[in-house]
Design a protein around this ligand. Structure first.
Ligand code: EPU
Length: 337
């Protein structure tokens, strides 16, 4: 375990912002976590856990300690006739893991191909794309409970998963460091092609194997979403707003063409990208902060934008969507500072 001072986070945030952390700790071994508690770096409110930083916007330098869990390892735990249980370290790259499972012919996470980030952030965010949420394949999450100063294991049910949400963003926020995740994958094909782009493609072609779905998802993502290695971004900047049926009916009456999708508990989900596009933001740029030209939900850093520039742009977008549609957009990206 190494504690570095005034460390540049440029390589640890996908907006590529050159902000500094007062302290930066890279931990390679879970055994160091109790020691870290003793050092005072895990005091409430003064630290931040950052994996690959693909869902974070720093508005400023971070005055506390950034903890970067770098626990590695992919390990087969158990196998039944239908299922395979695999334990993956929080510091493993998510898409490398997806690729390995697909290469073995396993099913369950192929739709989640190419999502940037580390495995440790996967349950925190309950990542989701192309009809699948990771909650469906998470068996257990192991980690370090900072207040209890001990390791604990949560079942999927304990994790209280919701749309881009989990217990790690609620009651365990700032209190739990994910060390590893146990995934439960299927040996036999059970493809999910409910997402329109996949359904349209696979209904006219041969069988939807994990490999074919992964390839198609990668093709769709690359056609719509910018590669953070080339153009700084954090994926969807806002969540898709979910409202009750009555509010939805009013909006649909006023804007009959508005795309809407049924959600849990009789609620209705609207497409934030569509709302933003209707307000004229798609492809707009102010200095080096902009709205991606191929997808209105993605804010990008063209090079020299500051965290504040991107944040200010997001505020203006929120305001105009609120004015036109009376809907409040909620940021998906974690804003720090
Ligand atoms: N649309 C527009 N303008 C655009 C883009 C999209 O009007 O510029 C409309 C289209 O009508 C489209 C609808 O928005 O049918 C939905 O677009 P898309 O399928 O691209 O999905 P999304 O709702 O914008 C969500 C996730 C993405 C995930 C995709 C695919 C959220 C906040 N985002 O986006 O996740 O990849 O679905 O399943 O739920 C991420 O979280 O970072 C992320 C990229």
């Amino acid at each position: 375990m190494k504690i570095l001072k005034d460390f540049s986070l440029k390589d640890y945030n996908s907006f590529n912002l050159d902000v500094k952390a007062r302290f930066f700790v890279k931990i390679n071994s879970e055994k160091d976590l109790p020691k870290l508690t003793e050092s005072g770096h895990l005091n409430t409110g003064s630290f931040l856990i950052v994996g690959e930083g693909s869902n974070i916007l720093f508005r400023d330098n971070f005055k506390g300690t950034v903890i970067h869990p770098d626990f590695k390892g992919i390990q087969l735990i158990k196998e039944t006739d239908d299922l395979v249980f695999i334990k993956v370290g929080a510091g493993e790259n998510w898409d490398n893991f997806v690729n390995r499972t697909v290469a073995r012919g396993l099913h369950g996470i192929e739709n989640l191909s190419l999502i940037p980030g580390a495995v440790g952030s996967v349950p925190v965010q309950n990542i989701g794309a192309y009809g699948v949420e990771v909650r469906n394949v998470i068996h257990k999450v192991k980690g370090f409970h900072i207040e209890k100063e001990d390791f604990s294991t949560l079942t999927a049910k304990d994790c209280e998963f919701g749309y881009r949400s989990s217990i790690f963003k609620k009651s365990l926020k700032g209190k739990f460091i994910v060390c590893s995740v146990i995934f439960k994958l299927k040996k036999h094909a059970k493809p999910d092609i409910s997402y329109r782009g996949l359904r349209e493609y696979f209904q006219h072609t041969e069988e939807a194997t994990a490999r074919k779905i992964r390839d198609k998802v990668i093709e769709i993502r690359q056609s719509k979403l910018p590669d953070p290695a080339i153009l700084g971004n954090a994926g969807s900047f806002f969540k898709n707003p979910v409202v009750d049926q009555e509010t939805a009916n009013k909006l649909i009456h006023k804007f009959p063409e508005i795309p809407h999708f049924p959600d849990q508990d009789n609620q209705v989900k609207f497409s934030a990208a569509w709302l933003i596009e209707q307000c004229g933001w798609k492809g707009k740029r102010t200095g080096d902060a902009g709205v991606y030209s191929k997808h209105a939900l993605i804010l990008v850093n063209y090079g020299e934008a500051s965290g504040r520039d991107i944040y200010d742009l997001s505020e203006r977008i929120k305001d105009s969507v609120h004015k036109k549609f009376e809907l409040l957009l909620d940021r998906e990206v974690l804003v720090i500072g």
